[in-house]
Design a protein around this ligand. Sequence first.
Ligand code: GLY
Length: 406
Amino acid sequence: MKINNVLWGIGLAVLSACAGGKSAQPFERIDADKELAYCDAQLHRALDSLRKGDTIDYTMEPRNIYPGESAWNCRKATKEEWTAGFWPGVLWYDYEATGNDSIRKEAERFTESLGFLATIPAYDHDLGFLVYCSYGNGYRLTQNPEYKEVILAVADSLATLFNPAVGTILSWPRNVEMYGGHNTIMDNMLNLEMLFWASRNGGGKRLYDIAVSHADKTMQNQFRPDYTSYHVAVYDTVSGKCIKQCTHQGYADSTMWARGQAWAVYGYTMVYRETKDTKYLDFAKKVTDVYLERLPEDYVPYWDFSAPGIPDAPKDASAACVVASALIELAGYCEGAERAKYIEAAERMLASLSSDKYQSRDKNVAFLMHSTGHWPAKSEIDASIIYADYYYIEALLRLKAYREIH
Ligand code: GLY
């Protein structure tokens, strides 16, 4: 069985392997089926390692694997654990690729450990990551009506963090005092996808308006004139004025944190898909172009584009996965040389990520190594991290679908 991965707006031009892009270095395009089979094999190894006797604790979601370790370190699926939706999402994508019903059952069990989020007040903005990657993919593939109800309830919950005076969603309620106001982080762009979906599926126009307002304010206040992004914008809670632009996970307030820029690339591409307003498409290209221009030769960024110690600084494969997936979609909204440039860049990223330099293979049960979670906090540096795997398998499915059309 094959269930097509959602692929949006892709037209008819043929992929050019040489137009545009950062480098003229030759590269070998990956075999998407072969890499998806690799993911499936790793995922079975991971499930075996999670099994204790005959059972798995489905409330414990894989999060990271440090160098020298072989199995996932898991975290309890709680409201604080922002990555808990990615593992169920990986399982759903593997089910999409293979049609294997035993994987579907595992996907359901891990997904349903997050159902409690529909019954509690919003803890922070990560509800989109938590629920759209898990329940969202589950609903897309199964049409289970209970999943739809969960997503709609959680979208309403996320909307309670919207401050109309500011025009954005509050990312971290717990950090209002620390930052001196209403904080919005670039990552929050991804959570808008769930609001757009909910709006289209019975949640009402209000959710669409919140998502659009958030995207607009972020565009105004969270980018420098060269289209590189600030991780955090802080707003006066009452007047809504932007009072500070700074970083949390980047190297410095003035630098381009790789995953922050990746969230911007993915976020504005997705907002264009949902609104069809070309200002978002133009903006997605601008934030992509500055990212591509500054990439190292292997198309996988250092964790921050101004990280200390480059070229020996840690990489962030997760940022490369997020951007690769986004660029396959973005290419579909472009024509001619521009389309060729974006799809070639995505192909180069995936070729690099699929090499023995980045794939974990027999070193551990993840798909990929060499991601960086939070360098300033000395956390998850040069590790396998679950969201890298999520966007990697998503990108492979999108690439396969793209090639089937072109
Ligand atoms: N959303 C947090 C991160 O990208 O690390």
